[in-house]
Design a protein around this ligand. Structure first.
Ligand code: NAD
Length: 360
């Protein structure tokens, strides 16, 4: 985390085309054409048969086939079959429809085959904006960066998110908030990601509150989806830190739901970095229109109905030592080095989500 605005850094913008707006789904086939693709393999992570049918008909002769076998954290068991299917069908475009799980499977296929991705996100996870892939094998999630997995085109249609239930809205939205927060203190933080992340937090906080209150509010959905776009953009360049390492361990090794875990862990990681990253904490607080970043994040979580702790999702006290070992081993040194005991402290508070602590 740079302590001075004169600190040296380098920044490289990522390529990508975004089509945004209510009704943008109708633009999918022209966008497939624009990519020069003739055979799109639809990766369906939404399980909305009507929508899939609509998209298949819209694609017409450019529809190569559909895969519906999608799961959280991209199990390695699914990726081989998906690659084989893409090759069998002669696919030259992977059309990912759904949340981070559908985009994640498309990325695993792109990593192996080099086939370009067109993503149509239906949650706020933000994976569609990043060159980050993740595959889970034998209870360990491996992640990496590769430009082949960065979607070439993203079609954001807020109408597709109207059906997202409040819990999934809140959970994938807090994942996006976490992307914004962490991008502010990684080694790759820069003025572009700072600005993108701050605006992302503001849009997400307003859009998510509105969407959870009234799921059919298209304006709120559009606001949240713009925030998710920015969250993914910040993550793509800024990368991740301790918070994401903890979440990957809890998801990959203990099979906890990725997005809910983000909402629970984030305030306590932010609290941990109070002294190491005061500028980032002040920016987060400002973006949330709160006096304090931790208080603001906890209020947002509560407003979105995410008040549970890790214990509510089945994490046992006996699991904490292993979780702390794994997360501390993977944690970067910025904004400050962390020990295994630091992580254990964060996890212990997150078990009950800080009930009985400070502002709890
Ligand atoms: P998800 O894709 O698993 O979707 C959650 C559930 O919501 C699914 O059952 C899905 O069918 C349903 N759903 C999706 N859109 C819907 C809609 N509009 N209406 C109704 N139901 C809908 O969850 P997610 O939170 O989007 O993604 C989580 C995954 O994304 C994790 O595996 C995480 O690791 C990954 N991720 C990766 C990156 C990256 O850059 N690589 C970034 C963020 C998240």
């Amino acid at each position: 985390m740079p302590t001075s605005l004169a600190t040296r850094l380098s920044y490289e913008a990522l390529p990508g085309r975004v089509v945004f707006g209510a009704g943008a789904l109708t633009q999918v086939t022209p966008e497939v054409e624009l990519l020069g693709a003739e055979r799109a393999l639809l990766i369906d992570g939404l399980f909305d048969a009507g929508l899939v049918d609509r998209l298949e008909r819209q694609l017409g002769e450019r529809h190569a086939g559909t895969i519906g076998d999608v799961a959280q954290h991209v199990p390695a068991a699914l990726t081989g079959g998906a690659c084989e299917r893409a090759r069998e069908l002669g696919a030259d475009c992977l059309l990912a429809l759904g949340g981070g799980s559908a985009t994640g499977l498309a990325k695993a296929v792109a990593l192996e085959t080099g086939i370009p991705i067109l993503a149509v996100p239906t949650t706020y996870a933000g994976s569609e904006m990043t060159p980050i892939w993740g595959i889970t094998s034998e209870a360990r999630k491996t992640t990496g960066r590769d430009l082949r997995v960065l979607p070439r085109t993203v079609v954001y249609d807020p109408e597709l998110t109207l059906s997202l239930p409040p819990l999934a809205t809140a959970a994938s939205g807090m994942n996006a908030v976490a992307h914004c927060v962490e991008a502010m203190w990684t080694a790759a933080a820069n003025p572009v990601t700072d600005a993108v992340a701050a605006e992302g937090i503001t849009l997400l906080a307003a859009g998510l509150r509105g969407s959870v209150l009234e799921p059919r509010d298209l304006e709120a959905r559009g606001t949240a989806l713009r925030g998710a776009w920015l969250g993914g953009t910040a993550l793509a360049v800024g990368g991740t830190g301790l918070h994401h390492k903890i979440c990957h361990v809890l998801g990959g090794t203990f099979n906890l739901p990725h997005a809910e875990v983000h909402a629970i862990v984030l305030p306590w990681v932010v609290d941990h970095y109070r002294e190491a990253a005061p500028t980032a904490l002040a920016r987060v607080a400002r973006a949330l229109d709160a006096d304090d970043a931790v208080v603001g994040l906890r209020e947002l979580g509560r407003d979105l109905g995410l008040d549970a702790g890790l214990a509510d999702f089945g994490l046992r006290p006996a699991d904490l030592e292993l979780a702390a070992d794994l997360a501390a081993a993977a944690a970067p040194d910025v904004p400050a080095p962390v020990t295994r005991d630091d992580v254990l402290g964060i996890l212990e508070t997150a078990m009950s989500n800080g009930k009985g602590v400070g502002n709890g």
